[in-house]
Design a protein around this ligand. Structure first.
Ligand SMILES: O=P(O)(O)OC[C@H]1O[C@H](OP(=O)(O)OP(=O)(O)O)[C@H](O)[C@@H]1O
Ligand SMILES: O=c1cc[nH]c(=O)[nH]1
Ligand SMILES: [Mg+2]
Length: 209
């Protein structure tokens, strides 16, 4: 089983603290989610393969690295995952974007799928699944299953805050998926919200509190 990659970086910790603050309004919240996603994308793409090409600088000809290998797709889990999309696209503008719509039933906490639109060639792409919150893990487990049912073989999951329960569920169900998170919190409360967490990410991004 792969260990989750916890960002552990002062700039990210600072931004996550601002996200947690209940006084942070939607405009700033959205900007912070996007910035954190951009930083995280840097780590999640660290092992992309490169190849040498010839390039002529104003000084001389040389060989230099360029991205090689498979193409990427970002797949946000609606709604909250949408907040991470512009940050990661800032880093990799050529990536395709798929969407998986899931909402968590407020009573059972089980995820329900309501939308799925993926790039036609998704099975040939490295997919980075995006959702700021990994709580019980139900939504992430289902989203990864959906991607695998579409033939995707290489999947990374990027979240901003994870609960130990969600990490456990995701790594048990999908041990092949690498997980990147900005912060690993303490636990879930009786309503399956992350403690201390940041509240409901989707509602805070879209102002639907
Ligand atoms: O790990 P889990 O227990 O499944 O919980 C995490 C899910 O809950 C939230 O979505 P929500 O259902 O609130 O939908 P929203 O993004 O539309 O607000 C969050 O964005 C995750 O998708
Ligand atoms: O703490 C939580 C749990 C699920 N979804 C959220 O947005 N926040
Ligand atoms: Mg929500």
């Amino acid at each position: 089983m792969k260990q989750p990659f916890i960002m552990n970086h002062p700039l990210i910790d600072h931004k996550v603290t601002l996200l947690r603050d209940k006084r942070t309004g939607s405009k700033e919240f959205r900007a912070l989610i996007s910035e954190i996603a951009m930083f995280m994308c840097y780590e999640a793409t660290r092992n992309l393969s490169t190849t040498e090409i010839e390039v002529e600088t104003p000084i001389c000809k040389t060989t230099a690295k360029t991205l090689a290998g498979k193409k990427l797709a970002f797949v946000p889990i609606l709604r909250a995952g949408l907040g991470m999309v512009d940050g990661v696209l800032n880093m990799i503008p050529a990536a395709k974007v798929g969407h998986i719509g899931l909402y968590r039933d407020p009573v059972t906490k089980e995820p329900h799928e309501y939308y799925c639109k993926l790039p036609a060639d998704v099975e040939n792409r490295d997919v980075i699944l995006l959702d700021p919150m990994l709580a019980t893990g139900g939504s992430a487990v289902d989203a990864v299953r959906l991607l695998k049912n579409h033939g995707v073989k290489s999947i990374k999951f990027m979240c901003i805050i994870a609960a130990p329960e969600g990490l456990d569920a995701l790594t048990k169900a999908h041990p092949d998926v690498e997980v990147y998170c900005a912060a690993l919190d303490e636990k879930l409360n009786d309503h399956a919200y992350i403690v201390p967490g940041l509240g409901d990410a989707g509602d805070r991004i879209f102002g639907t509190l």
